[in-house]
Ligand binder design. Structure first.
Ligand code: SF4
Length: 241
């Protein structure tokens, strides 16, 4: 492996996602779900209750292997929820989602969208780390998914961004490859009688780090531009990179 080349590629990608700015005086809409009848403090209390249940959880084998649970974090009124597959070593150590290298790249993607991490909610399908970052197993997903389903139901975002194949396939209940799922909106059903939530699948930022190419980088950015358009948010313009 050419270490210099890999370092150059990472730098190029990070520069790309850092080089955006919103032109004009656009004011982003308030982060609010008008149809929601729960107050923010009620939502926070419910989300904390879920996090507490997760902390106590031993429903699958990962419960005895974790250092910390990683229930997810962010804005209880988020218009966008980013969902990955599960915590890695850094997340397990800190108890927070997307804080390692892939998380830093996700921060840059969020910033490239003109948003802050505190504007969105970030979580995972699994709330405990699979050893050696192996893929989530079906029994683990089945045990853990109800926590995420409850979080989605409470936050009721306008768009879910599924990061990577495992998140996209789980939430859409399909086995299709991520290459077929990404780039278009799907529908996620959060409960009987509730309207479907738009779901955009895209590559996981860890995949982007491992498989850097200008094409993959462009695909993720195109997917995010579709999300911004769906939400009526301005698409920042690239100023460098
Ligand atoms: S991964 Fe989920 S189901 Fe398994 S122990 Fe952790 S919180 Fe419980």
């Amino acid at each position: 492996m050419d270490i210099n080349k890999v370092a150059r590629q990472h730098l190029e990608m990070e520069n790309f996602f850092s080089g955006f700015t919103i032109k004009g005086n656009f004011e982003a809409p308030e982060q609010q779900n008008t149809e929601d009848d729960m107050t923010v403090s009620e939502k926070i209390a419910e989300l904390e209750k879920i996090a507490e249940e997760v902390h106590q959880c031993r429903k699958c084998g990962l419960g005895s292997l974790r250092t910390n649970t990683v229930p997810g974090e962010g804005n209880p009124n988020a218009r966008i929820m980013f969902i990955g597959e599960g915590p890695g070593a850094d997340e397990d150590a800190q108890g927070r989602p997307f804080v390692g290298r892939a998380g830093q790249l996700l921060d840059k993607v969020i910033a490239a969208c003109g948003l802050k991490r505190t504007d969105v909610f970030i979580g995972n399908i699994l709330k405990c780390r699979p050893p050696d970052n192996r893929d989530p197993r079906p029994d683990e997903i089945i045990s853990c998914l109800p926590y995420l389903q409850k979080q989605i139901e409470l936050i009721n975002p306008e768009v879910i961004v599924a990061l990577g194949a495992h998140a996209a396939r789980t939430l859409l209940n399909t086995n299709k490859p991520i290459g077929q799922l990404r780039g278009q909106f799907h529908e996620y059903y959060s409960g009987i009688g509730r309207p479907p939530i738009k779901l955009m699948a895209t590559y996981h930022t860890a995949y982007l780090l491992r498989n850097y190419s200008p094409e993959n980088r462009r695909r993720v950015w195109e997917d995010m531009q579709k999300v911004l358009t769906e939400l009526g948010l301005p698409i920042p313009e690239q100023t460098k990179g």
